[in-house]
Design a protein around this ligand. Structure first.
Ligand SMILES: Cc1ncc(COP(=O)(O)O)c(C=O)c1O
Length: 364
């Protein structure tokens, strides 16, 4: 049975109504906001007991699979809010700096709203699936000879000078939309988990999760998780305590040396009783393979949260006995297919005969 909604989308009954429709009452958005949605959110919380066992066992582990949002990353939650606000106030164009996922998301939601999108990316450092997305959705893509941090400084400056709406997570409405992931986790589990682990780049996501969990706790007594934020070791300003001029990591989504929301991220981790640590590229790629072994293919950055957790457990620095843990996996593996292609040899080639096939596979 199809239902027509206020914003024109058709849904099968009420399975997923989009972030603004579902949680709009809890998001601090101006009255002029005009909903633009691709039915983002409502992502699954997947239990991974085998992986929990491999990490040491004795606790419940769930993956919040944010790669299943419309453009393949968690960015869509904040983007529906930022673009809806921008459209409502009459903006005709939006701009952002991006390591790739924000670009694809901004491009898609701007297209949906009939607005122009301009995205700035660091030259040669954006995964193929993300760049293709931004182009496919019709954004003007500009490569900057420099880092994400350089690109962010540029878009902030130009949005102050020209009538073009900034949709990076410096835009407060992005954070409002991203709070919805915390609400969903509490609604699905019936309360907040004991520990939430997630990757940290520009630090908007960890900041909004903390805002969301605190708000839900005030309203519903849902409890507060400890946070384990994880940066890549080659791009870990919040762990080192100073900016990183030339950040480097295979996890290109979090290749950020000067996080815009760094102070808030540190505060969130501390207030929650948790911490921010670093994981090496090898640890991140190893966790990416482990997650794929559970049927969950994520891009490298998305495996960082669990890679950090595995590191602490291996060193005996994390006791999770009887606890419930949620790992946020922020983006889909299809975003960065090259990283897998680089790690494997080309598949073998056989003559088209049953004998040749029998010789190379073992049947039970
Ligand atoms: C897949 C993925 N994971 C994690 C992050 C980090 O999120 P934040 O910059 O909000 O810390 C990003 C940011 O681009 C991302 O694309």
């Amino acid at each position: 049975m199809k239902e027509k909604r206020g914003d024109g989308c058709l849904t099968m009954n009420t399975t997923n109504t989009g972030v603004l429709s579902h949680y709009g009452g809890l998001l601090d958005l101006p009255n002029h906001t005009q909903p633009v949605t691709l039915l983002e959110g409502d992502t699954p919380l997947i239990p991974v007991p085998r992986l929990a066992e491999a990490l040491g066992g004795g606790f419940e582990l769930y993956v919040k699979y944010e790669g299943l949002n419309p453009t393949g990353s968690f960015k869509d939650r904040g983007m529906t809010a930022a673009i809806s606000e921008a459209l409502g106030r009459g903006a005709k164009a939006v701009i952002c700096a991006s390591t790739g996922n924000t670009a694809a998301s901004a491009a898609a939601y701007a297209a949906r709203a009939g607005m122009r999108a301009v995205v700035l990316i660091p030259e040669g450092k954006v995964a193929a699936g993300k760049l293709a997305g931004a182009v496919a959705y019709g954004a003007q893509v500009v490569q900057v000879k420099g880092s994400f941090d350089d690109a962010l400084s540029l878009v902030v400056a130009i949005s102050e000078k020209h009538p073009i709406a900034l949709v990076n997570s410096l835009n407060p409405y992005r954070l409002e939309g991203q709070k919805s992931a915390a609400f969903e986790i509490c609604d699905t589990l019936g309360r907040a988990p004991d520990l939430l682990c997630l990757p940290v780049g520009n630090a908007g996501n960890i900041t909004s999760y903390w805002m969301g969990f605190k708000q839900y706790h005030r309203l519903k007594g849902s409890g507060l998780p400890r946070f384990l934020g994880v940066q890549a070791a080659g791009a870990a300003p919040l762990v080192l305590g100073h900016p990183v001029e030339k950040p480097e990591t295979v996890a290109t989504a979090i290749r950020i040396g000067r996080p815009a929301r760094g102070e808030q991220a540190l505060q969130a981790a501390e207030e929650s009783g948790g911490r921010i640590i670093a994981a090496s590229d090898d640890e991140i790629l190893s966790m990416q393979r482990k997650l794929a072994g559970e049927g969950i293919w994520v891009e490298p950055a998305s495996a960082a949260g669990l890679a950090g957790l595995a590191n602490l457990m291996r060193r005996g620095e994390m006791d999770l006995a009887g606890q419930r843990v949620v790992a946020v996996c922020t983006g889909h593996g299809l975003k960065d297919p090259d990283i897998i292609a680089q790690q494997m040899g080309a598949p073998m080639i056989l003559p088209p005969t049953i004998e040749a096939l029998e010789a190379v596979i073992q049947t039970p």
